[in-house]
Write a protein that binds this ligand. Structure first.
Ligand code: ASP
Length: 304
């Protein structure tokens, strides 16, 4: 059953990824999640739901604790490519980028795609070029910790074909530390944002669910949803949109999120993902089928 929380309006929920979190890592995640929720909530005083989710996700990208922004994991060749998306619920506008390596904060580039281009998704070197032209801050490259982790996995797992054969099992063991946020602003408008380095040891060019509207995130006039987990599974089920549609039919957010996670589990097994969601009236819901999924929420009725 999903955890539900009455947050009031405005409100925000952030998460740091569904996976096999060790206790010490959960402790490390607490500070940045709190900081992100505070930043998102601060934005609510002067901005809209897009400001709230983008600024909250940018805090998580900068923390180096999660698989996003500065903490992004590497592909099988040791390269860094990131995906991010923002969806604005009141007009269903989406901005997303995939396989980018230039920006420190891919979520800001996704926002630029939404607000400054007629498109919804821009990929690879073209998106990096846009980031450069917009003068966005440049990513300094993978941290020493990320490089060391990549090397030790590569050494322990043998050749590339062996790595790819057991990729999903290995990915589930390593965990999914993608970050996401959902928010409702003072006017009751909703937005969702997601940012990720994808899954460790992915093939170059692999893109998961995170930048795909309807899969990794969704927002409309009634609800905002953000997901994390095995992108290959989440996108096949179109889970974020599916949760939004279930909510429209059932009118029960906790049940809709729980049904979405249940569907993921029944089709693809446990340890595969989790979701956060927020309704226009400030009700939040969280559920996952992994060991843990750290999250934090704040709202008019729950101060950060
Ligand atoms: N969903 C992300 C992906 O498949 C991974 C994650 O949630 O950490 O790229």
């Amino acid at each position: 059953m999903a955890a539900t929380v009455r947050l009031g309006v405005p409100a925000i929920i952030v998460h740091g990824g569904a996976g096999v979190w060790r206790q010490e890592d959960l402790e490390r995640a607490k500070g940045p999640l709190l900081e992100a929720v505070r930043e998102g909530f601060r934005q609510a005083a002067r901005g809209d739901a897009v400001d709230m989710v983008v600024e909250a996700v940018a805090v998580l990208e900068d923390s180096e604790v999660f698989d996003a922004g500065l903490g992004s994991v590497l592909d099988i060749s040791g390269n860094l490519t990131m995906d991010a998306a923002v969806m604005r619920g009141w007009d269903l506008a989406v901005g997303a980028v995939a396989a980018v390596s230039y920006p420190k904060n891919p979520v800001r580039l996704a926002r630029a795609v939404l607000e400054r281009t007629p498109h919804s998704l821009i990929v690879g070197p073209w998106a990096d070029d846009l980031a450069r032209r917009l003068g966005l801050e440049r990513h300094p490259g993978p941290s020493r910790r990320t490089l060391e982790r990549w090397r030790s996995i590569k050494e322990s797992k043998g050749g590339e074909s062996e790595l790819l054969r057991s990729w999903i099992t290995m990915a589930a063991q390593l965990g999914f530390d993608t970050v996401g946020a959902v928010a409702v602003d003072r006017e009751g408008r909703l937005a969702a944002a997601v940012s990720t380095g994808g899954v460790m040891m992915k093939l170059p060019g692999r893109v998961g669910d995170s930048p795909i509207a309807g899969a990794g995130l969704y927002a409309n006039e009634r609800v905002a949803v953000a997901g994390t987990g095995v992108g290959e599974f989440i996108m096949r089920l179109g889970l974020s949109l599916r949760i939004a549609i279930m909510y429209e039919r059932l009118g029960d957010l906790g049940l809709s999120v729980a049904n979405g996670v249940e569907l993921l589990t029944s089709r693809f097994g446990g340890g595969t993902g989790g979701f956060i969601a927020l309704s226009r009236d400030g009700m939040g819901a969280v559920d996952y089928n992994t060991v843990a999924m750290p999250w934090k929420a704040a709202g008019a009725q729950v101060q950060p």
